[in-house]
Write a protein that binds this ligand. Structure first.
Ligand SMILES: Cc1cc2nc3c(=O)[nH]c(=O)nc-3n(C[C@H](O)[C@H](O)[C@H](O)COP(=O)(O)OP(=O)(O)OC[C@H]3O[C@@H](n4cnc5c(N)ncnc54)[C@H](O)[C@@H]3O)c2cc1C
Length: 407
């Protein structure tokens, strides 16, 4: 490699979205030399117009952010989720999850994606051993048994022992590695908007199953909520084209009157919905995290949380390997990461897909069966605790960071 502009690091992360930046902060926190490269510049990534979404961050993921000193700037803007209420259309039966059922900690926290990115940039800026390179993208990558080399569009050359692909759902690194990725589109789009409302939400998240798909009302700080409205793909364009008043009326109809009068706060966005799952998440000196590895329906608000679980496991595997003097890019080390994540990722993809199929229809016998199911779960404390633990992200063989412990 030429000398000019060379950077030698332990790990090069391609993609500085929420997954890539979290991984970068976590690995730098444990002393590894890291570079994170993003095609967009930081001001774009933190601008509301770039991503209007809010994320439900599960309790365990918040524990990781706290353990990595990322959470403190979010303390003021994040809204704790105290309860979750799930209902099926007009059915009076609803499933009720309460933080009091499992202790005294919130089930999770709602954050605006742009705020989370700001907190991540702030934390990333505190490390001497974390190089942020943006805007730039890889022009060429070579991965041998000994190291990986990357030539960037800004002329810089990177050498690393491992590359982490965090470049999102259409990952070019995944494609370049020839990793097969089964995927399909749902015939649905997720329309996202924020609302102001007259009455307080009391930290309660609502998930309503309407015939076209779920309608989520998620509490934000103050008398504000974030909506994720799943609609049929062929209706999305017409809904996006509604006048401000027309859109507000449609939203009020679906929210009902428990929040008083609602008004739309800011723009609306539409996201195509789909599922993809990489057949493997490792290759020679390469591993995948976040949406580069998998993407699921937002029905349970788990996509990013799934990526954060990848990151917690990967950090633990890599940091322990580095401490033992192992080569962190070797197949033996990467295989530990893949083994750890496989079951959880596949299970969540299957469960969210099944939930979406079960609830996004109005076929009478199916509706009756699922209402019966909701009622039963609600009456069985151990089943309720099981679902709450999933929502909080506290099930399975958890990496230490997700328990709020140091690696
Ligand atoms: C409507 C909706 C609601 C959702 N709600 C929730 C929720 O409540 N809770 C939850 O857990 N999840 C939720 N999700 C899922 C969550 O938003 C995603 O899983 C998450 O944003 C993925 O983050 P990421 O960093 O992996 O990918 P991305 O956010 O796609 O980031 C990829 C980054 O890589 C960069 N990049 C791409 N290509 C290159 C390249 N060649 N070179 C350099 N950089 C590159 C991009 O600029 C970008 O910054 C939701 C999803 C949708 C659609």
């Amino acid at each position: 490699m030429p000398d000019h502009g060379d950077i030698k690091v332990d790990i090069a992360i391609i993609g500085g979205g929420m997954a890539g930046l979290t991984a970068a902060c976590g690995l730098a926190h444990y002393g590894l030399e890291v570079a994170v490269i993003d095609a967009a510049s930081p001001p774009d990534l933190t601008h509301e117009a770039y991503d209007g979404r809010c994320s439900a961050i599960a309790f365990a993921s918040v524990e990781m952010f706290r353990a990595l000193d990322i959470w403190s700037p979010l303390e003021e803007t994040a809204q704790p989720i105290h309860e979750i209420r799930v209902s099926d259309g007009a059915s009076p039966l609803f499933l009720h999850f309460d933080e009091a059922d499992v202790g005294d900690q919130p089930l999770g926290q709602m954050v605006e994606n742009r705020h989370l990115r700001q907190a991540l940039f702030f934390r990333a800026g505190q490390f001497q051993n974390l190089h942020q390179i943006a805007p730039a993208r890889p022009l060429s990558i070579s991965r041998t048994d000994h190291q990986a080399e990357i030539v960037l569009s800004n002329g810089q050359h990177l050498a690393a022992r491992l590359i982490i692909a965090a470049d999102g759902r259409n990952s070019s690194l995944r494609a370049e590695a020839g990793i097969l990725t089964p995927q399909w589109r749902y015939d649905q789009a997720g329309i996202v908007a924020s609302i102001d409302h007259e009455l307080p939400h009391c930290g309660i998240a609502h998930e309503r199953f309407l015939p076209d798909g779920p309608f989520a009302i998620l509490p934000l700080k103050g008398n504000r909520s974030s909506l994720v409205w799943t609609v049929r793909a062929d209706c999305a364009e017409a809904i996006m084209a509604l006048s401000a008043r027309g859109f507000e009326a449609e939203v009020q109809k679906r929210v009902g009157d428990f929040l008083g009068k609602v008004s739309i706060a800011g723009p609306r966005w539409s996201y195509p919905l789909g599922l993809h799952m990489a057949e493997r998440i490792i290759d020679r000196r390469l591993c995948l995290i976040g949406d580069a590895a998998h993407g699921i329906h937002p029905i349970a608000g788990q996509g990013l949380n799934m990526g954060l679980r990848d990151i917690a496991a990967l950090i633990e595997v890599l940091v322990e390997a580095a401490r033992r003097g192992e080569d962190i890019g070797s197949p033996f080390v990467l295989e530990r990461y893949q083994r750890w994540r496989r079951t959880d990722n596949v299970t969540l993809a299957v469960v969210t897909d099944a939930l979406n199929r079960l609830f996004s229809n109005d076929i009478a016998p199916i509706r009756q069966a699922r209402d019966l199911g909701l009622g039963l779960v609600n009456k069985m404390p151990f089943l309720k605790r099981f679902f709450i633990s999933h929502a909080r992200g506290t099930v399975g063989h958890l990496p230490r960071l997700l328990k709020g412990q140091a690696v």
